[in-house]
Each structure stands twice: as C-alpha cells, then as structure tokens.
Design a protein around this ligand. Structure first.
Ligand code: TYD
Length: 131
C-alpha cells in the first residue's frame, strides 16, 4: 500500500483548534525542515520527483489537493482536504501534487535539510534506480 494516511490529534475547544506534531510521535521520523506550498494554481501541478533518502509528511492544512504516488509498479491518488490527516511520502516514491483549491496551503515536514542531490527529477532515472 503506497497510500499511508495517518489521523492527527486535534485539541479542540470553544476557542478553536490546535494541532501539535512531535518528532518520532505524530511525525514518524526526526523532522529537520518544514516548508509550505501556497498560492498554488489548479492547472499547474508540482512535484514530479522522488527522493533517494528523504521521508516527508504532508498535511493539507487549508483547502484541498490531490497527490499522485507512484512506486514504479503501481500508482495511487490521495485526496487531501483536512488538517487532521497526514500523508507519509516515503523515499523512492514518485509524487505529483495537483488539483489545488484556490485556498490550498500544504505543510510538509521533511526528514532532512534541502539537498538537490537527493532529488530524482527524471521518471526514467527513477524507474532505473528501483531495485
Ligand atoms: P521543488 O522541490 O522542485 O518544488 P515542488 O516539488 O513543489 O514542485 O522546489 C522548488 C524550488 O524551491 C527549487 O528551486 C528548490 C527550492 N527549495 C528549497 O530551496 N528548499 C526547500 O526546502 C524546497 C522543498 C525547495
């Protein structure tokens, strides 16, 4: 199963909602980086890469989007539209994000610092790198 979606605990009271994520707990790894995607365009998909080692946890904290996951053998689509749902994107999983709502904000927690050398941006190279 490529699609690894986890429920996140929300602390809700009359003042609103609070979401807390801790390393090695709700985040199933040691997070070294967080980045956000916003001001996205419905017709401009992103991603189109895999990572050699990086593991990422993606949360659509506002709006909605669709993530395509591909391990070289099969592909699955995941629709994200809740801040209480996290998608784990493992290493060596080709991923594409698309179908963004206008208000979409995506938060991504990553297991390492940004390193362009960890990216595989060519799909044929990705397939060739799979054991
Ligand atoms: P990229 O990962 O290609 O975006 P996406 O997968 O969403 O299409 O990154 C876009 C640009 O931003 C690219 O030049 C690399 C840079 N970048 C950083 O500098 N730091 C980061 O943490 C990330 C994720 C990207």
């Amino acid at each position: 199963m490529l699609k690894k979606v986890f429920s996140l605990p929300i602390i809700q009271d009359e003042r609103g909602a609070l979401l807390a994520l801790e390393n090695n707990k709700e985040i199933p790894f040691e997070s070294k980086r967080v980045y956000f995607l916003f001001n996205l365009k419905a017709d401009l998909p992103r991603g189109f890469h895999a990572h050699k080692e990086l593991i990422q946890l993606m949360v659509c904290i506002k709006g909605s989007c669709t993530v395509k996951l591909d391990d070289g053998e099969k592909s699955e689509y995941v629709y994200l539209n809740k801040p209480i749902e996290a998608l784990l994107i493992d290493k060596m999983v080709w991923h594409e994000m698309e179908n963004f709502s206008e208000d979409c904000i995506i938060m991504v927690l990553a297991s390492d610092y940004y390193d362009e050398n960890d990216y595989i941006r060519n799909y044929q190279t990705f397939l060739g790198g799979l054991k």
